[in-house]
Design a protein around this ligand. Structure first.
Ligand code: IMP
Length: 429
């Protein structure tokens, strides 16, 4: 049975929530493999809206949901999200949620450090979600992290905490902050430990067994390829690898498990936080895209920057992530425009580029080269088949496919799960 790996093909917020929910209803297991509660996935199920940041989207429908080792886990954010879902009538139990024992924890001082650095950065600010994601990943690769399995051995944490606090106290001193209140930290960890441990499992085993039994696994990526720490618009990126290849390392399965790689791509472009964005529109058109597309961050409520579709960036994302096919989302937001623009290349001074340059200064300097297409007046909202789409909208989709060198697998025409044109079933491989 084929698995499906879903990733964002731009800077996140491509509408993964709806597509993942649709796929999750047909999967046996849904697994997250990177990021943390910086992600924001909105699901609309039977007219109810659910906002998830950390939990895999399968949780809303009771599908076994797994948080892989590649995720950084804030235990208090986990508790809050579970409580909110419980209030909304969604049951979360060890039968429906498993968390890798090897997940590094996001601790309160990671959050502090994220904010202190952002506040001290002025123009160089990354515009992070201030959730402590970056500092927690730093401690993971610095081999200082406290992990989920450590919560079962709190009495032995002394030497680990010594090392961790020594490192962070030095950083905090640099910002004029007090050292970590270690007693409080130990008390808070003690209070939250059992809550987290009820879900802790060797999830690599669960997933490998599921695979052996021919179960369908859906890997749910967060953020987008352009925010990948290696391949994105560095340093204006998140601190994890967001490409599809991470599904394997971030859960404990081999690379052949990824299956069909579905890249979620918005019919235009948005970005939250700082960093280069060649097709950004600082005018009325950008404003209109933002209003029609309700472009406000799920996690931070920040207004998203908006611009035209950039086929150069998406072609690059699809190549880097080995995308099998894309889901084109929010097509309806483009309804009613007289003309639409698609970026097909860049000028870097006198030089014409067909890919995004690596250096941040060049990325900020490139000028987009646009192809202009006629828009359409009719509404595409709620379309469920090609026959429901105006000819010009089909032309736009076909041109996108050509330019990004990747086929369209799905088209999404509203936040409702049913308003989807299915070209090819990703689970059919
Ligand atoms: P961090 O992941 O909080 O460290 O933020 C780093 C960058 O990634 C910032 O530009 C954030 O706005 C962006 N980012 C993080 N998570 C998301 C997301 O789920 N959607 C869109 N952007 C995100």
């Amino acid at each position: 049975m084929a698995n499906v790996t879903v990733i964002g093909g731009q800077w996140g917020d491509e509408g993964k929530g709806k597509i993942v929910d649709w796929l999750a209803s047909r999967a046996d297991v849904v697994a997250r493999f990177q990021g943390g509660h910086n992600a924001g996935h909105t699901l609309v199920v039977d007219d109810r809206t659910y906002k998830l940041s950390l939990l895999p989207s399968g949780i809303v429908r009771g599908t076994l949901s797994v948080i892989g080792n590649g995720v950084v886990l804030d235990p208090w954010a986990l508790k809050k999200e579970v409580e909110t879902l419980t209030e909304q009538g969604v049951a979360v139990s060890p039968e429906t949620l498993q968390i890798a024992e090897t997940c590094p924890l996001i601790l309160p001082f990671h959050r502090d450090l994220d904010a202190l650095r952002e506040d001290a950065s002025g123009q160089g600010k990354i515009g992070t979600t201030r959730r402590g994601i970056g500092p927690a990943y730093e401690d993971k690769v610095g081999r200082r992290a406290i992990r989920v399995c450590d919560l079962a051995h709190l009495g032995d944490l002394g030497p680990q905490l010594d090392r961790l606090c020594a490192h962070h106290d030095a950083l905090r001193a640099g910002f004029g902050e007090q050292p970590i209140d270690r007693d409080r930290l130990e008390r808070e960890l003690g209070e939250i430990a059992d809550f987290v441990l009820q879900f802790a499992r060797p999830v690599w085993l669960t997933l490998n067994e599921a695979r052996q039994r021919g179960r369908r696994i859906l890997f749910e990526g967060a953020q987008g390829v352009l925010l990948d720490v290696d391949h994105g618009t560095y340093p204006f990126v998140t601190s994890s690898n967001t490409v599809a290849g991470t599904a394997a390392a971030g859960t404990g399965l081999g690379p052949s498990a990824a299956g069909f790689v579905l890249g979620i791509v918005k019919a235009y472009t948005t970005r939250v936080g700082s960093g280069p964005f060649p097709t950004e529109l600082a005018d009325e058109t950008g404003q209109m895209l933002g209003e029609r597309g309700h472009e406000f961050g799920t996690v931070t409520g920040r207004k998203r920057r908006c611009g035209w579709f950039d086929s150069v960036l998406v072609r690059q994302s699809c190549a880097i992530s080995g995308v099998t096919g894309i889901a084109l989302t929010k097509l309806d937001v483009l309804d009613g425009f007289d003309e639409l623009r698609i970026c097909t290349g860049y000028w870097l001074g006198e030089q014409r580029l067909d890919h995004f340059p690596a250096h941040a200064a060049d990325q900020a300097r490139v000028e987009p080269i646009y192809e202009v297409m006629a828009g359409w007046r009719e509404s595409t909202a709620g379309a469920r088949s090609w026959a429901d789409l105006p000819a010009q909208a089909i032309k736009y989709i076909r041109r996108v496919e050509e330019l990004i060198q990747c086929p369209v697998t799905l088209v999404s025409t509203s936040p409702q799960r049913e308003d989807t044109i299915l070209v090819r079933d990703p689970f059919a491989g």
